[in-house]
Design a protein around this ligand. Structure first.
Ligand SMILES: [Zn+2]
Length: 735
């Protein structure tokens, strides 16, 4: 394979060695010394140049830029940003250099110039790394005439015109256009300019499945099947297609990468969006998350979520966070400029969650220049505090399982049960609880990955393989705790329903065979223990509350052992006419939360859709119950606690010689739907940070405020006050 097994093993070994830094791991290993962390930082240098750049910039040229835009303006701007790496348009749909590859369309404005070469030379002179950008997804008539089989074909057998520019044709991503023609283009760019990498935008199938002769033939050869005409994920042909598409894109990635590396051993091919995350973890030295801004109803933490998704497979390898400066709505105003508070919050969420900023701008000629100083201010801050942003490992003790196979193969149990909503609800609850957490990818449930965490959360992780269930069981055996909801493990890795949960023994319950819902007007009774009269800690903050609303769907289960009964079912009763709205069955013995205390480990199983319903209706009682369940299951103090008003995303990190706590202020009337009009500072915030016993804080600073503070220090806990957070504050602790 073109990316050597050695490189991958080295990268992942680095990640896991560093993964056990910090607070008492479940396995009880000692935190590392300063020498060990410094050695680990040096070791990553052997993996190539990719970890060195901290700030990226991208200029995507448009066809009429050559001769009209001013390369020197951009070179000066990149320098003002302290950018250490850039991505520049080279070829694909349009070549911005004098290409000799037949049918590779030179910009009609190119003449005898070489704008790509000019920019490359200028960036090199300023000691920046240069990645060439290509975009292979569309071609002109002349290409279609010469190679009709390179064009994507729709289900009706017609060649596919470009949806936005009907003069262009969509190419087949999985056939000879990419495997042969674009391979030649990449070979030429690497040979002529010896760039540090090639990045392809829209390199995967665009605008729907392709039914061209190559796709038909290749799919048949690989699977013995005809291309599926259904998008039903439970259909075996569809499942085979999903797997084939990933395999084909992986092959393409490897081919382009081998071409690039055969010319320049230090360079790599970098896809915009991997075939799947698991493959990114196996192949990539660096990845860029292309999630440029909010659109529609989107919380700002989605950018941090994307960072966590990438990190769940990349470990400490670098992740660039691509952000745009414009409005990113379906109407695609690519030349627009967004409000500064919105851009700042979006980038802060990425930075706080470990991404390196990567500003992207289309068109070398600018129509609206308001964004220039905004981005400069963000990058200035980043440059000034770079040493505290070069993270070695997150210190979160809670992980939320990130299941790509559930997303691919499980379509929910009923209309209204969208699988992704369970994760979103859990994510929102963890952010509101101010608990630092990571995402844990399902393909990497190894002891050195998992044992960094005290608690693994399975938010309706429906599709789990037998081996994955076994890995989770073993994690609990080693002292880890689990919080699981709804249909977790009720399906196998390709979405086939099991007779019982794969984790039935861990939960202490069995599936009865029935899933109820959508339910109207159902409740949960909150009860004290009958023997002691005391309420369970998962009901903290709900003291005077006899009942709370139920979720919308529930899995009917039978306990296979004894459990406490703090939360029981009040079944649905009529919600109309009003005269009929009274409980027919005032209470039952049906538990709706199952709590197992195994000593060091604790297991919580919630058989209803608490996370999905929380995302749907954001009921504060559900937030309290979830927060308490997480706290009870974790059974240890959190590494950082923040008191004070507002909604704050909290992350905690270790660097080679420091620790940081990031506080991102999400408090805003535009929190769930951007763009922000203004920032609304919150504070004062009382922050308690646990310091590993082996280290001694030398200095504590608030990076944005620019102040040094003297925290109280007792029993390994630093207590300090952050007077105010506008968008983003970082408590930086030199060790
Ligand atoms: Zn095709």
């Amino acid at each position: 394979m073109p990316i050597s097994r050695r490189d991958f093993l080295q990268a992942t070994a680095g990640a896991s060695a560093l993964g056990s830094l910090g607070f008492a791991p479940a396995s009880g290993a000692e935190p590392p010394s300063h020498e060990q962390t410094a050695a680990a930082a040096r070791r990553t240098d052997q993996d190539g140049w990719f970890d060195r750049p901290m700030r990226w910039a991208q200029l995507t040229l448009v066809e009429n830029d050559p001769g009209r835009f001013d390369p020197q303006f951009w070179l000066d701007y990149f320098r003002r940003l302290h950018a250490d790496a850039v991505t520049l348009s080279a070829g694909g749909i349009v070549a911005y250099y004098p290409t000799d590859v037949p049918l590779h369309h030179r910009s009609a404005w190119l003449g005898t110039t070489d704008p790509f070469g000019t920019l490359v030379a200028g960036c090199r002179a300023a000691k920046m790394y240069v990645v060439a950008r290509t975009d292979p997804h569309a071609v002109r008539d002349e290409v279609k005439l010469a190679h009709p089989d390179w064009i994507a074909v729709n289900a009706a057998g017609e060649p596919r015109r470009h949806w936005a520019n009907p003069e262009l044709w969509i190419t087949c991503a999985l056939g000879p256009y990419n495997f042969e023609f674009m391979d030649q283009v990449h070979r030429e760019i690497e040979s002529k300019y010896r760039v540090d990498g090639i990045f392809s935008n829209r390199w995967a199938p665009q605008g729907g499945d392709c039914f061209c002769v190559h796709c038909q033939q290749n799919f048949k050869t690989a699977t013995g099947r005809e291309l599926p005409r259904t998008t039903d994920r439970r259909d075996p042909a569809r499942r085979a297609f999903i797997e084939w598409r990933i395999a084909r894109l992986t092959e393409l990635w490897k081919k382009w990468d081998a071409t690039v590396r055969s010319i320049n051993g230090e360079a790599r091919f970098i896809p915009n969006g991997p075939p799947d995350m698991k493959t990114a973890g196996e192949l990539a030295a660096i990845q860029f998350a292309d999630f440029q801004a909010r659109r529609g109803l989107t919380p700002p933490w989605s950018n941090g979520q994307r960072a966590k998704e990438y990190r769940s497979v990349m470990g400490r390898r670098p992740i660039g966070g691509i952000f745009s400066v414009g409005l990113e709505e379906p109407y695609r105003w690519k030349d627009s400029v967004q409000s500064e508070p919105e851009i700042r919050l979006w980038v802060a969420e990425g930075t706080a969650n470990g991404m390196r900023p990567w500003v992207t701008k289309f068109s070398g000629v600018l129509y609206d220049r308001r964004w220039l100083p905004m981005v400069e201010r963000i990058y200035d801050w980043h440059y000034k505090h770079e040493r505290y942003l070069r993270n070695e490992s997150p210190l979160a003790r809670v992980a939320l399982l990130y299941s790509e196979q559930t997303a691919a193969f499980h379509s929910g149990v009923a209309t209204g049960d969208r699988p992704g909503d369970h994760v979103l609800g859990m994510y929102q609850a963890l952010v509101e609880s101010r608990l630092p957490f990571e995402l844990q990818h399902e393909a990497l449930l190894t002891p050195d990955r998992l044992d960094r965490f005290k608690l693994l959360i399975l938010a309706d992780a429906a599709a789990l393989s037998t081996a994955q269930c076994e890995a989770i069981r073993a994690y609990v055996g080693r002292g880890g705790s689990v919080l699981a909801t709804f249909t977790t493990s009720l399906f196998d890795e390709v979405g086939q329903r099991r007779a019982d949960f794969g984790l039935a023994d861990l939960f202490g319950v069995s599936f009865s065979g029935r899933i109820d819902g959508p339910m109207q007007n159902s409740y949960l009774s909150l009860d004290a223990d009958r023997a002691t009269g005391r309420r369970h800690p998962i009901l903290d903050g709900l003291d005077d509350t006899p009942r709370i609303v139920n979720g919308v769907f529930r899995v009917d289960v039978r306990p296979t052992q004894d459990f406490p009964s703090p939360v029981t079912l009040i079944p649905s009763y009529p919600d109309l006419p009003m005269e009929d709205v009274y409980p027919r069955v005032p209470r039952t013995d049906t538990r709706e939360v199952y709590l197992r205390d195994l000593g060091k480990s604790r297991v919580v199983y919630i058989p209803w859709d608490i996370d999905r319903t929380f995302w749907d209706v954001l009921c504060i009682d559900h937030l309290r119950l979830l927060r308490n369940a997480v706290t009870w299951a974790a059974n240890e103090p959190a590494p950082v606690e923040v008191e004070g008003p507002g909604v704050i995303d909290v992350t905690i990190w270790r660097q080679a010689e420091s620790m940081t706590v990031h506080l991102v202020n999400l408090t805003n009337p535009m929190m769930m739907k951007g763009p922000l009009r203004e920032t609304i500072p919150v504070g004062p915030l009382r922050v308690r940070i646990r310091i590993p016993s082996s280290v001694r804080p030398r200095r504590v600073q608030l990076l944005t405020a620019g102040t040094t503070i003297n925290p109280q220090s007792t029993g390994g806990v630093l207590t300090l006050t952050v007077p105010s957070v506008d968008v983003h504050e970082v408590v930086a602790i030199d060790l």
